[in-house]
Design a protein around this ligand. Structure first.
Ligand code: FAD
Ligand code: NAI
Length: 475
């Protein structure tokens, strides 16, 4: 039996490592257990996000965007490149370098913040006891006052597309060693669109099969409509209402069968990426002897991420709510502070979402459909980037900003952006919403000129028919 910790965190993704650092900063004796180790036996900190998620995907999105711009979009600026060559190996090395820098950075943060770490698989075997299974098969039992489960999630595998050499998930799709000539993607969700964009820009002929007949049902309706047109214009062949029936490796390619409303179609791709969602990692994490509730694979927690056993907490992708890094990190901070007897909460009404396509899609708060369903009366202000001087100057006039505010008191209820720097604009909106801003508050705020953020200012003005750079509804 080992010395007693205040907190043992299982998992070092953005939920777990942040919870561990915060716990230690609050004076709690903290250990973080992580099962992912590299060939030298040291821990790969950072979970999905740093290793095979947010960071490598954004590195490739940036590189592929630069390549695409150089290849297709610079001549209008008077820049002609005669011999452009793609060095995919160098692009992958750049991505890996960024990942290594950030994962190594967590090692440094743990040392600086006095967080202990141990490699191995963690399992909760008692109210105050965690079992650590090391790679050499040895087991250690660790005693602790509190346990934070932050074991994350994994890609879903479906019976019609079993992972194999050329049928892959997002992890492999971040490391292809050549550009597939033809690429099939199952699922037009966030991963399908981001990774589809990467490989399409690098030269793949990309087909995306989406089972639903609606595109991006979680986004604002107008954004879903406009972005579908834009993605198709960019070369993503998005087929809605297309259900995969089977796929199999065939002569170093993948033979795929799917049904649409009218037909059963057979197609052959060089690679098939399956991106139909992720499932929580909750199997074999908790001993059956403990009365800890799990529903549909998610560990059941209250609004404070406390499980049915009051000193055992769970955060991040392994619990309800959107599977997003920032949501997990904020839960990590909340739980650490609650263990330290503070009253911190997460505002689940204001979790921002971003799809890092080009242009970006981002939103926070409610959309029109949700407000209608809730019977809330609201006003809408919309401003197109085509009317923004800066958006035109930077060659990104597609899309718009939409502000929704409460008809009764003008409080902003949702902001939806499709266009340049959408993620950053939504962050501004989110800060103002945290302070309960009205669209008039934003209208009375001065924005630098020329910035794409001015479109947010104008959309807020448009809520009350006061926009300057577009015609208003009722005058
Ligand atoms: P994870 O990051 O999954 O970390 C869990 C950790 O726990 C892992 O390191 C795992 O090895 C470890 N673990 C599991 N079981 C055990 C055990 N029994 N013992 C010890 N260790 C264990 N989100 C965003 O917000 N923005 C993005 O841009 C974004 N891009 C993404 C792109 C891709 C391709 C993918 C796949 C995901 C992306 N996400 C993004 C989602 C984001 O990665 C996750 O929401 C986030 O990583 C969840 O954090 P977590 O800490 O809960 O879990
Ligand atoms: P997703 O839930 O975003 O999309 C999955 C899509 O697949 C849906 O449109 C669904 O209708 C479709 N689908 C499901 N089964 C299907 C089938 N059998 N055939 C065809 N289509 C099918 O899931 P995705 O893209 O795998 O991403 C997982 C999660 O990772 C996201 O929900 C998000 O939480 C996170 N993520 C976040 C990113 C970001 O914040 N920018 C980037 C990438 C991932």
């Amino acid at each position: 039996m080992n010395k007693m910790y205040d907190v043992v965190v299982i998992g070092s993704g953005p939920a777990g490592y942040v919870a561990a650092i915060k716990s230690s900063q609050l004076g709690l004796k903290t250990l973080c257990i992580e099962e992912s180790v590299n060939s030298k036996g040291s821990i790969n900190f950072g979970g999905t996000c740093l290793n095979v998620g947010c960071i490598p995907s954004k590195a490739l999105l940036d590189s592929s965007h630069r390549y695409h711009e150089a290849n297709k979009n610079l001549s209008g600026h008077g820049i002609n490149i005669s011999e452009l060559k793609l060095d995919l190996n160098a692009m992958m090395q750049r991505k890996d370098k960024i990942v290594n820098k950030l994962t190594d950075g967590i090692t440094g943060l743990f040392i600086a913040n006095k967080v202990e770490s141990k490699p191995g698989r963690g399992r909760v075997i008692g109210k105050n006891k965690v079992e650590l299974l090391r790679t050499d098969g040895t087991i250690e039992e660790i005693e602790t006052q509190n346990i934070i489960i932050a074991t994350g999630s994994s890609p879903i595998e479906i019976p019609s597309a079993k992972f194999g050499t050329n049928i892959v998930n997002s992890t492999e799709a971040l490391s292809f060693n050549e550009v597939p000539k033809t690429l099939g993607i199952v699922g037009a969700g966030i991963i399908g669109l981001e990774l589809g964009s990467v490989w399409s820009r690098l030269g793949s002929n990309v087909t995306v099969l989406e089972a639903l007949d609606t595109f991006l049902p979680m986004t604002d309706n107008d954004i879903a409509k406009e972005s579908l047109i834009e993605f198709r214009k960019q070369g993503l062949n998005i087929k809605l209402n297309s259900k995969l029936i089977s796929s199999k490796d065939h002569k170093n390619k993948v033979k795929v069968k799917y049904i649409t409303e009218e037909d059963e179609i057979e197609e052959v791709f060089d690679k098939l990426i399956v991106a139909v969602g992720r499932k929580p990692n909750s199997t074999n994490i908790i001993s059956d002897k403990l009365d800890l509730k799990i529903e549909d694979g998610f560990i059941v927690v209250n609004d404070h991420c406390q499980t049915s056993i009051n000193n055992i907490w769970a955060i991040g992708d392994v619990v309800r709510g959107p599977m997003l890094a920032h949501k997990g990190s904020e839960e990590g901070i909340m739980v650490a502070e609650r263990i330290a007897k503070k009253q911190t909460q997460v505002n689940y009404d204001l979790v921002p979402s971003v799809i890092y396509s080009h242009p970006e899609i981002a939103w926070v708060g409610k959309n029109e459909k949700e407000l209608c369903e809730e019977g809330v009366e609201f006003k809408v202000g919309k401003f197109p980037f085509a009317a923004s001087g800066r958006a035109l100057a930077v060659d990104q006039p597609t899309g718009f900003v939409k502000v929704l505010s409460d008809s009764r008191n003008d409080t902003i209820l949702g902001v939806h952006v499709f266009g340049p720097a959408a993620a950053e604009i939504v962050q501004q909106a989110l800060i103002s919403m945290e302070f309960g801003a009205s669209s008039e508050d934003i209208s009375l705020t001065m924005f630098s000129h020329p910035t794409v953020s001015e479109a947010f200012h104008e959309a807020a003005l448009a809520v009350n028919n006061q926009a300057i750079h577009i015609g208003n509804k009722s005058r």
